[in-house]
Design a binder for this molecule. Structure first.
Ligand code: COS
Length: 383
């Protein structure tokens, strides 16, 4: 553990209270206005939530993976849009720099990412390169003392707010292609343009858009780690961690939904008694609880293995596959327990039902997780 037990308990308790007192009461407003009020973002900054995972040497809290998932279980108990605001800085928008940045790159970006002054964003996906990430076509051509980038990135989380993008691009120099590399490109660089904000099924308040590079020139110092050709592996390592974070988030949300469903079932009366007394309703609560508990155990086990130094590609994909599919089933049952009311926007379950659909898609679809699990399992069996 990076923190002693008391400090960790205090942190988790603070997050729990912040979620209950400040975030839950603002869920509906955020969904309606499609933005998180500035004062809440400011409070998140003051609590250190933007820098949970960034090493202490760069101004973050430097949480271990286990500590991070415990924090995310708590953050999951409200609309995922709030988590998304701090999600990229703690995950895919900072981890390439943490894992592969030069000391200078780390010092330039990580302290401001940790404080939330700067928002980080991860630009991998393209219109024709989603699940097949290695087929990306954005090109970075070496030119004098820098590179010129051309290409389009799609559905880039927090791009409208981002100050720095980790951009995956194919590098080409006089000697030909050197594979996929990662560049740190700052917002406002001439030739970098944002598309319109995407209109999404859920998670209003969290934003994605295209990031378009048109003859966008960056200095050689923008190349992550100063080395060409490392980008794909770094992106995969970033995702190994990100997938565990999404799995933890799914657990937190499932627990929130179960609590909402239990409360509703206790209050709602039919046939002369609370519907919680009917065994068919109890079965839905029981299945949801057993599955969310299983996912919680998987996430914690994978996080502990990772903290112990193991490569957890397999475990992260197992946890993401199971937890994100689980929260989809739990959200479906929560709507079912609410009956007709579950289809009405007045009840949070309607919104969560749409919000959680994304988890089975981003940071690798369930089918991609299956491919990774099979690949890793067969490799281990063969070895
Ligand atoms: N950690 C480190 N290295 C990894 C890795 C990991 N988790 N996964 C793959 N690599 C390495 C491989 O070892 C291989 O290295 P060598 O060329 O030295 O052998 C290289 O990366 C290519 O790996 P692989 O052949 O498995 O790549 P594929 O093109 O077959 O793609 C999948 C693998 C499908 C797993 C990958 O494209 C993927 O994760 N797709 C989903 C993308 C995604 O999650 N998008 C979400 C957008 S971000 S929100």
């Amino acid at each position: 553990m990076a923190l002693d037990r008391d400090t960790l308990d205090q942190l988790l308790d603070t997050i729990r209270r912040f979620v209950v007192e400040r975030l839950v009461p603002n869920e509906a407003r955020v969904a309606e206005e499609d933005r998180i009020p500035d004062e809440l973002v400011e409070e998140m900054r003051a609590l250190g939530l933007f820098g949970l995972t960034i090493p202490e040497a760069y101004g973050g809290l430097g949480l271990t993976m286990e500590e991070e998932v415990l924090a995310v279980f708590e953050l999951g108990r409200t609309s995922p849009a709030f988590r998304s605001a701090i999600g990229t800085n703690n995950g895919i928008g900072s981890q390439a720099i943490v894992l592969g940045g030069t000391e200078e790159q780390r010092r330039r970006y990580l302290p401001r990412l940790a404080s939330g002054e700067l928002i980080g964003s991860f630009a991998l996906t393209e219109p024709d390169a989603g699940s097949d990430a290695a087929s990306l076509r954005t090109l970075a051509v070496r030119d004098g003392d820098g590179y010129v980038l051309n290409g389009t990135k799609r559905y880039i989380t927090n791009a409208p707010q981002a100050g720095v993008f980790s951009v995956l691009a194919r590098t080409r120099g006089p000697e030909g292609e050197s594979g996929i590399s990662c560049f740190l490109v700052e917002a406002g660089t001439p030739g970098l343009r944002l598309g319109h904000k995407d209109r999404k099924m859920g998670q209003q308040g969290a934003h994605t858009c295209d990031v378009i590079f048109e003859d966008c020139r960056v200095p050689a110092t923008a190349l992550l780690g100063g080395r060409e050709g490392d980008g794909f592996k770094i992106a995969m390592r970033v995702l190994d961690k990100g997938r565990l974070h999404i799995a933890a988030l799914s657990v937190g949300i499932a627990e929130r939904l179960i609590a909402d469903a239990c409360r509703y079932a206790a209050e709602r009366r039919q046939f002369g008694k609370p519907i919680a007394e009917f065994q068919l309703v109890q079965a839905m609560i029981a299945d949801s609880r057993a599955e969310s508990y299983a996912a919680r155990c998987m996430v914690l086990d994978a996080a502990r293995r990772r903290d112990a130094g193991a490569v957890t590609t397999l475990e992260a994909s197992c946890a993401k596959l199971f937890a994100t599919e689980m929260v989809g089933r739990v959200a479906d049952r929560a709507v079912q327990i609410h009956g007709g009311a579950g289809y009405i926007a007045e009840y949070p379950v309607e919104r969560f039902y749409r919000d959680v659909r994304l988890f089975r898609l981003y940071e690798g679809t369930s089918q991609i997780q299956q491919l990774i699990i099979a690949r890793e399992t067969m490799r281990a069996m063969a070895g």
